[in-house]
Design a protein around this ligand. Structure first.
Ligand SMILES: [Zn+2]
Length: 229
């Protein structure tokens, strides 16, 4: 969703300035409510963007994930006409063509962060060159494409029972052995960040210690190379 402010030209995304003693997330929720008259769930941080400005000073912008608006929320939108002339829904491609370049870059990064469940740090709307790339995984491991992760995450969720180290843990399936049912997962909010699990594919809770789980150490490529056939 883009909005067209009354106080400047062009389109923007809903949002505004943080007030004193207010967190960026609280400010996001407040601004969405003030500008649109709704309180949709606001989720993960997608992007932090450092945006220098010669007249207004340097800004740090946060984009949070509003996901898809429910039909009820769309029906309940009441624009604050002192600030906004109109709103409209655009695809990401369309949106990036009507926005000023720095905002277009920021929005494209936010859309990717939403899809890939990541958070990006940007400078001027662009990811700095950190001097590294995602390493190639040793064969027979391959990185799981986004659209295939869900089925492995669901299967793991079905197989782990209470007492298993991964029980109730949010995980992201990241890589798969092409020669067996071993899948590597990243474990969110957990000191052991990566594990590899031999899925049984019984689609039901297993008896501990199954599905067999092994902690992976960094660098991942070395750790995964120990899995051999
Ligand atoms: Zn294997």
């Amino acid at each position: 969703m883009l909005v067209r402010p009354t106080y400047k030209t062009g389109w923007d995304i809903p949002g505004g300035y943080v007030e004193q003693d207010e967190s960026p997330l609280a400010a996001c929720r407040r601004e969405v409510n003030e500008e649109l008259g709704i309180t949709p769930p606001i989720g993960r941080l997608l992007v932090v963007d450092w945006a220098p400005h010669p007249n207004e000073g340097d800004k740090v912008l946060y984009i949070f994930d509003g996901d898809e608006l429910s039909p009820a929320d769309v029906a309940a939108i009441r624009l604050d006409h002192s600030e906004l002339a109109e709103y409209a829904f655009y695809s990401v491609e369309e949106a990036t063509s009507v926005l000023v370049p720095r905002l277009a870059r920021r929005l494209a990064a936010a859309a990717r962060a939403h899809r890939e469940r990541l958070t990006f740090f940007l400078e001027h709307g662009q990811e700095p060159d950190f001097g590294y790339q995602i390493p190639q995984l040793p064969a027979p491991w391959t990185v799981l494409p986004l659209e295939k992760r869900g089925m492995f995450e669901a299967e793991l969720g079905a197989e782990v029972s209470e007492g298993h180290p991964l029980f109730g843990m949010p995980v992201i399936a990241i890589a798969k052995c092409q020669a067996c049912d071993e899948v590597a997962f990243s474990v969110e909010h957990h000191p052991v960040r990566f594990v590899s699990v031999h899925l049984t594919w019984r689609r039901a809770a297993e008896r501990i210690p199954w599905p067999m789980t092994k902690e992976l150490s960094l660098p991942l490529a070395h750790s995964l190379a120990e899995h051999a056939h």
